[in-house]
Design a protein around this ligand. Sequence first.
Ligand SMILES: [Zn+2]
Length: 478
Amino acid sequence: MLWETIIGMEIHAELETKSKIFCSCPTEFGAPPNHHTCPICLGLPGTLPVMNQEVITLAIKAGLALNCEINLYSKMDRKNYFYPDLPKAYQISQYDLPICKDGWIEIDVEGEKKEIRINRIHIEEDAGKLIHLEDEPNSLIDYNRVGVPLIEIVSEADLRSPKEAVAYVKALKAILEYAGISDCRMEQGSLRCDANISVRNHGQKELNSKVEIKNMNSFKELLKAMEKEEKRQLELYQFGEGHKVIQETRRWDSGKGRTIPMRSKEDAHDYRYFPEPDLKPIILQEAMVKEIGDTLPELPHEKTIRFKGDYGLTDKELEILVGDKALATFYEATVAKAGEPKAVANWVLGDLLRLLKEKEIDSYAIPVEPETLGSLIQLVDEGRISGKIAKEVFEEMFYTGKKPLEIIEEKGLKQISGEAELEAIIDKVLASNPQSVEDFRDGKKQALGYLMGQVMKETGGQANPKTAKELLEGKLSS
Ligand SMILES: [Zn+2]
């Protein structure tokens, strides 16, 4: 039997505002627990919320960037539920009239393009954060996050595999970052994704029970969690235990590598939504929406087209580069300094990305300046250092922040281009490898490679490869 996987995503993105949605507390991440709180966000009796104008602007911007229709009339609603992270015992959200609806984005999965529809985007406030310490009988609560503005972006169930779902989140994240809507730091929780996943027989019209999975804070975890859940459901159906797939919310436990039941999934009526009486409806003018649209910067798909045309990068290179705003910005600044778009791409996608991964540094904290990488590339170009030495210099730049010339001076890494100096070294290599010399003269051309290797070894990689090779060939054929 052929099975089909159906996935819809709900993505929460914290908006990049300075203050919270209904009060003037800062939204900055990383403050000591409960420092960014006031009577309004703590929901104390007698306080009233005031809508932060910037929240509306950013939500509209998100809608326009994601090809949505903007509702000129929308309103806030109360979603009632009790949980310790929600001091008011209700969340102010949007129910039947969200600010944006009916959008779409394009995703690219291994070269195959597909349009994914977005059902809606609504505005809401974030809840606090519960901290469960291992082996402690009590849980802790941090209310700094209460009232941080969020948008929730709900897709249609158009995704057909965990891979597509990851591609969707990546594409969405890039758009939100480029448009300055959210910083989308998954590890800090400013971008959170929940996946609704179900499986059904190919050709079956109705959907089977869907399971919502939560708590995945990296793309890797997201993919793993969805693949595990997909497999769990498939196995239950295939072994006649399909009734055990029920509508519920499951939490991804990355340590155990499996999803764990949290609660049976509530329906909308469980929340007893009603219009928020303390806030006016949001009424927009067409002109205002247009004005906001005009402030949208270059978005990822536009950048992809421009980079392809201007720099001749491959699709794979573009995918990695453009998919990461900070990396793309760094790339472009380096090209501006060094020229040579291809060489810069090799450095950025090669050594730079490798070191960032190794040291677990995010791309927005790249410890190298575009100017310094630019001058390193120029030094290689001018033949002042070899490509191999450049790699060594780059690592040093990455760790110390020093300039390339400084490192070259300090470590004595200048390239040896002087013919006399090189000739002496080559003579020495030839004298100590008579067998290889003989092999070469007998027609075994690969012996040249070996001898070149010896010259490089002898000079600690500092020989100018071009000059050295010419000299070596000259000597061997004389
Ligand atoms: Zn506050």
